[in-house]
Design a protein around this ligand. Structure first.
Ligand code: ZN
Ligand code: ZN
Length: 329
């Protein structure tokens, strides 16, 4: 049997269509699942992404790249392969790539989250023979609460800090998580600010119908930050940039906040368990739902998940070579 996709050093390759999915290096044609840096890399000659991913990809890689956006669900013929993108529920524009060659179907999930989220398109379950699944949080201890509960926790924390006359400094990755956090803020509590790295993505989200409170850029130097919420990427956690927010309570919104000790190690006052990836139950539900006979795992240590699936008669293994790491969460 000829498989639609094979593993090459640059990444997953489709011989029938002569393209790669989320490749590294320099290739002629790259299909990219979403605009995070561990998937969307610079240097390729041609990019094909989902329609809503396109403006985000250009913000990340430059307006001059050669890239095309394909609406979700639309089938594109590339050589002997049929290709389509389907919502992955991870960040705005994130897609699972479905590749069909000679009646055999692979789906490459990229990163995904089946739980609903008000900042991006809802995950779509796609039937396939082989499912390439991420497993960033592939252990039973990872169990997400409904996002409305986490937004309430964040607003309560912000409100308590405001009443104590303190600013709230909340770290969240600049693309995806920051917008999701901003979307859930209650602006009646106080003014909302975001680091400059977060701002360029906001109009793209707004043009897809995502509503934000008024988000300001923090001015240089001292100001009155009491009661303010400031959302910033974790990259500036220890930088001088945060020094102006005197007396700030520091929080972090990430699935990794579910790991015991993670909050203390980073010297944070609060951790909010808000993830853009599937939790354990989410992974199992999707994997079973695809009806796939074979699962190939990426992103993280897939051994526990592979063993669990194997005991239930689903063949699962790590996708060729060293495990890939999740860079943004
Ligand atoms: Zn991602
Ligand atoms: Zn990723």
């Amino acid at each position: 049997m000829v498989e639609p996709l094979v593993v090459r050093p640059q990444g997953l390759y489709c011989p029938a269509g002569d393209f790669y999915i989320d490749p590294r290096g320099r290739v002629e044609r790259a299909l990219v699942t979403h605009a995070h840096s561990d998937h969307a890399r610079p240097g390729h000659a041609n990019y094909l992404v989902s329609e809503t991913c396109l403006p985000l990809l250009k913000l990340r890689l430059g307006q001059e790249i050669t890239a095309e956006g394909l609406p979700y669900g639309e089938i594109r013929r590339i050589g002997g392969a049929q290709v389509s993108f389907h919502p992955a529920g991870h960040i705005l524009g994130s897609a699972q790539v479905r590749v069909e060659v000679g009646g055999r179907v692979w789906v490459v999930s990229g990163d995904y989250k089946p739980q609903p989220d008000r900042s991006c398109e809802a995950f779509e379950l796609v039937k396939c023979d082989v499912f390439v699944s991420e497993c960033t949080f592939g252990l039973p201890v990872y169990q997400w609460k409904e996002e409305g509960i986490i937004h309430q926790e964040i607003n309560q924390w912000w409100s308590d800090n405001a009443q104590a006359g303190r600013p709230s400094l909340l770290f969240a990755y600049s693309l995806g998580k920051a917008q999701r956090v901003l979307r859930g803020l209650d602006p009646s509590i106080g003014p909302v600010f975001a680091h400059g790295a977060v701002h360029p993505f906001l109009p793209v989200y707004e043009s897809s119908g995502v509503r934000f409170p008024k988000v300001q850029k923090p001015r240089e130097g001292d100001g009155d930050w009491a009661g303010a919420m400031i959302v910033a990427p974790p990259a500036v956690e220890d930088a001088g940039w945060t020094r102006r927010f005197k007396g700030a309570q520091r929080g972090f919104a990430s699935g990794w906040m579910a790991v015991r000790g993670a909050r203390r190690r980073r010297n944070l006052d609060r951790g909010f368990v808000l993830s853009d990836h599937a939790d354990w139950a989410g992974l199992l539900g999707v994997i079973e739902g695809t009806g796939a006979e074979e699962i190939k795992l990426t992103h993280g240590d897939g051994e526990p998940l592979a063993r669990y699936l194997g005991e239930r008669g689903i063949q699962a293994s790590m996708l060729g070579g060293a495990p890939l790491r999740t860079e943004e969460e």
